[in-house]
Every structure is written in C-alpha cells, then in structure tokens.
Design a protein around this ligand. Structure first.
Ligand SMILES: *Cc1c(COP(=O)(O)O)cnc(C)c1O
Length: 394
C-alpha cells in the first residue's frame, strides 16, 4: 500500500527541464536512433572521463553486452559477488559462464579483494585447488578463469587497485558493475572507468533516471564497437538494416529516454549534492540509536554517490518485525540485498546452502534500506528517524 506511506521509498527528481526535453523529442520524427542518444552518451563520457559511451535500455542489458564484448563464453569462470542485485550474476548465466562467488568485506559490502587474489590463484592452478571456490554442483570440471565482475555496492567503488593487480597478474578482464555508483570516486577516479568496461543503470531509483536505461563506458575501442553492434541487432559498422554480422539484441535506448537522461545529467551535480545532504541528515538523526550501524566508508572512497540509504541493525534485532512496525507507522523500509546464491534458481542449479558466504548472509540479514531520494526534505528524514527510534525502543 505504497500510497499510504508518509514518505516514498524512493522517487525520481524531475524538473520542468526534463518534461520539456521529453516533450521536445515527441515533436520530432526521431523517436529512436537519433541525436539525443549521442548527446546523452557524450555528456556521460565527459563526466566519467572515458573515450566511449554506449547507451542501452537497461543496466542489465549493458552488463550482458559487456560480457559478450569481453569474450566471456560457455564454461568460462568469472569471479563476482553474491552481495548484489541479481542482474550482475544473471548476465553470466545468459552466456553459460560460471559465476564464482567470493564473499565480501564486512564494512563496505564490496567484494573482498584479498579473497579474490587467493581465489584467482587457485582457479588458475585448476584441479583440486580450484574446487574449494566452485559451487557444489552444476559446473563443468574445468574451464578457464576469464574475468572479474565486481560491483560498486550502494554507491561506493570496490577496491579496484587490488582487483586490477589480480587481473593483470592472471590476464583477466575486469567488468565494473557501476549501476549503483554514477558520480562516485575511488582515489579521485570516477567509478565506471576503474576496470576495462563499466556499466551504469538508470532505473527510477538510481542517481539519475531515464525510466529504464543503462550505459556502458570504456576506453577500449573494440569493446565499444562490439557493444554498439550487439545493442543494435548485431549490425557491425557498414552493415545495412538487414545485415547482421553478429547474434545481437534490441537493447537500444530510445530518444525520449535519452533526452530525459541528458536533462538529468545537466543537473547532475545538484542531484548528487541533494543526495549528500539527505545522507548527512540521516547520519545525524540516527547517531543516537544504539541498534543502528551506519554504512562504513572505505578510505579509498573519495566520493560516495548515495544510491540508497542502508543501515545495519544490531545482531539480534528482528528486522522483519521492525519493517512491519515501521509500515504500520506509515514508513516503508526494505531488506537490501537478498544474497544471490540463496535465490531459488541458484540453489537449484548450483546447490548453494546457508552458510556458504557468511559475511554476505550476515549483511543480507541485518541491512535495511530506508526511504531515500534527492527530493526528500529534512523534516521527512527526521520523521523516519524518529519513528525508527520509537520502533526500536519497542
Ligand atoms: C540497478 C542495478 C543493475 C541494473 O538494473 P536494471 O534494472 O537492469 O537497469 C545492475 N546491477 C546492480 C548492482 C544494480 O543495482
């Protein structure tokens, strides 16, 4: 009953500029494959500081295209995280690649880069050494380790210096799922350009929205060319409308979405700054609650791009009961994330069990997303904090 809530769980931040931009497209004959997609790609490429940007119609589509463009195939192994939105692992399954889950850092929730280094070494050796990192069943006995797929969780970049070192040592590609982190910085470098290719997502709860949408960024010309071909039914440069060099998809972003994204990018600093204010109000309002732990920030995170506002409840607090009680007081709250390895089809296929990734499971059990958006006002944040305080006090 979202209509009954006093504060929405999330909300896009749209000004008259966005409305005009979308309506403007409707007055032209180009509703797809037009100038707005190019302009949107260019503004994001400039902001992130990359050579190429390729817009697509979802973050998931962007990740899928990158998996193909990086040459990840049937039976290839890819190290990734179970503490993420399910799409980051699904895109590997689309290509029959094997996701090798590695547990996460208990502070940031980002993939544990020391464990990644250890796992990569063992997986390169193969055989017995490799086995302890693989799922119980459902994977071929052997297969090359091809890539790392880290996720910038909750708008905080993963530990890319260490991850890139591991990748270089073993000749792996690095695909950065930056769908939650447009605008974030790692040691002052923009998220999205920290690996070989990065992907942003623009679903309505993200830092900027296009309705549905996503975008690939890379400095690699070949990856960019392949991404452009695959999003457009496999048409290579020089192909006509009815030539299809590759098995492709229709993953194109339309012009209305791109116009919306462009208008949002023109307000990007304002949007990020507003999200930062809301996060700061929360930190202040929650400071006095002993059962609430705020998201720890890594020293390498020189800018967080606040995506959701996640708190961790002290061990022993009944999260389900807290969510129910908040709901009765008109405040929505959600568990976030639900570990990927415990999703039904991952359990069925790979035989994962409770206990396989204890840090992920612990964070999954204790994390709570509170209402968050750039249009939230200070009194709304205070209301959420006050009601949460009351509920926790029992
Ligand atoms: C939002 C998100 C995506 C992409 O989601 P889409 O709905 O396909 O745009 C991918 N990975 C993560 C971690 C996300 O949060």
């Amino acid at each position: 009953m979202p209509d009954d809530y006093l504060v929405p769980m999330s909300s896009p931040d749209l000004s008259p500029a966005e409305r005009e931009a979308v309506l403007g497209v409707l007055g032209t004959p180009s509703l797809s494959i037009g100038p707005k997609v190019q302009a949107f790609e260019q503004i994001v490429a400039e902001r992130v500081g990359v050579r190429h940007a390729v817009a697509v119609n979802s973050g998931t589509a962007g990740l899928h295209v990158c998996v193909r463009a990086l040459g990840i195939e049937d039976g290839d192994r890819v190290i990734t995280t179970p503490f993420s939105f399910v799409a980051s692992a699904n895109v590997l399954l689309y290509e029959r690649a094997v996701p090798v889950f590695i547990d996460v850092d208990p502070d940031t929730g980002n993939i544990d880069s020391d464990l990644v280094a250890e796992a990569a070494e063992d997986l390169m050796k193969g055989g017995h050494a490799a086995h302890r990192w693989l799922p119980r069943r459902g994977v071929p006995d052997s297969g090359p380790l091809k890539a790392l797929l880290p996720v910038d969780v909750f708008g905080q970049p993963a530990d890319f210096d260490a991850l890139n070192r591991t990748a270089q040592l073993h000749g792996l590609s690095v695909l950065e799922d930056s769908c939650e982190a447009l605008g974030a910085e790692y040691k002052e470098l923009p998220a999205g350009r920290l690996g070989d290719a990065g992907v942003f997502g623009f679903y309505p709860n993200k830092q900027i929205t296009t309705g549905e949408g996503g975008l690939i960024v890379t400095d690699d010309q070949q990856v960019a060319d392949m991404a452009r071909a695959l999003r457009n039914q496999g048409r290579a440069p020089g192909d006509t409308w009815l030539d299809h060099t590759y098995l492709g998809y229709n993953y194109r972003m339309d012009e209305m979405s791109a116009a919306l994204g462009l208008a949002q990018m023109q307000r990007f600093e304002e949007l990020l700054a507003k999200r930062e204010s809301v996060a700061a109000w929360y930190a202040e309002g929650l400071a006095a609650l002993p059962q609430v732990e705020l998201l720890p920030l890594a020293s390498t995170t020189t800018r967080v791009s606040w995506f959701v506002y996640i708190i961790r409840l002290a061990p022993g607090v009944d999260r389900t009961e807290i969510i129910r009680a908040l709901d009765r007081k008109g405040i929505p709250a959600r568990p976030y994330f639900s570990p990927i390895h415990l999703q039904k089809f991952f359990v069925d296929r790979f035989g994962y069990q409770l206990g396989d990734f204890p840090v992920t499971e612990d964070l999954g059990r204790r994390s709570l997303a509170l209402p968050f958006s750039s249009i939230m006002k200070r009194d709304q944040v205070e209301l959420v904090c006050e009601r949460l305080g009351a509920v926790l006090a029992g």
